[in-house]
Design a protein around this ligand. Sequence first.
Ligand code: BMA
Length: 307
Amino acid sequence: MVDRFPGNPILTKKEVPYPVVTVHNAGVVKTKGRYYMIFRSHLHNGRSILGLAESADGFHFEVRDKPFMTPAKEGWFKDYEEYGIEDPRICEIEDEFYITYSAYSRFGVRVALAKTKDFKNVERLSLITQADQRNVVLFPEKYEGRFVRLDRPHTEINPWSIWISYSPDLIHWGDSKMIASPEKYHWDEMKIGPGATPIKTDKGWIHIYHGVFKTMDGAVYRLGVMLHDLKDPSKLLGIADEFILEPEDPWEVAGYVHNVVFTCGAVLEGKEELRLYWGGADKVICAGTADVNELVDLCLKRKRKPL
Ligand code: BMA
């Protein structure tokens, strides 16, 4: 389903002008013909920061001299970012770029929201979940006057599932509802989580998500696709039964954590092509393309049984 870019991996630690151990899990947007990528890197102490890279073609990226965001040193965010900031997603809403990222600390992992207009200055807005939450993905459009997000709470009774929540101001969230959960003895039976910012098509919102299967050799992270109704994003028109990408290339099979493909970003090229970005084995960044119509068909014609 996904054609890998022949020049993969598109970004590694060698292209980063400051010392890092990994370059992985990146949010990407395209605006005014340029691609902006915010990526996660581990430092040598094992904690994460966020870097910024730019590109004219979406495949060849140049990394800024300095990190884009490092854990907050003061204020309300300081205590909650002590162990690092991870897995950014970018969503353009009304000409501003909102970044959701995981904030790690002794209190657990929660999700923070920041915004930028120019990819130079960034403003932290709020911590928008409690612990234990990761993988918050915003929709680029409001629904019935409210912002919409996908989130991924985790409880023992209902492990690692995808929920939807609504907000009048991006800060206060509620009316949460569960919309998808892992399926037993299936490639995503252990965990699922929101992946890339949803992409709008005539047939619905394409949402690439990650699914995890536990093996005797540890967990395998793969990517799948679901289609949300344009009129009501809480309604799933279909979740494809099959995964669309699994670790295959050497840098996806081995790295910092082996057997991982993990996405935080996708971009629509014209009407037919989805450009997908993923972290390979938590060490490098890879890119590939998929046909929008094929992804939609997979969700509608080869779907798994509804919830
Ligand atoms: C998840 C997150 C991701 C990571 C993945 C595989 O729980 O930590 O950032 O890519 O595990 O290690």
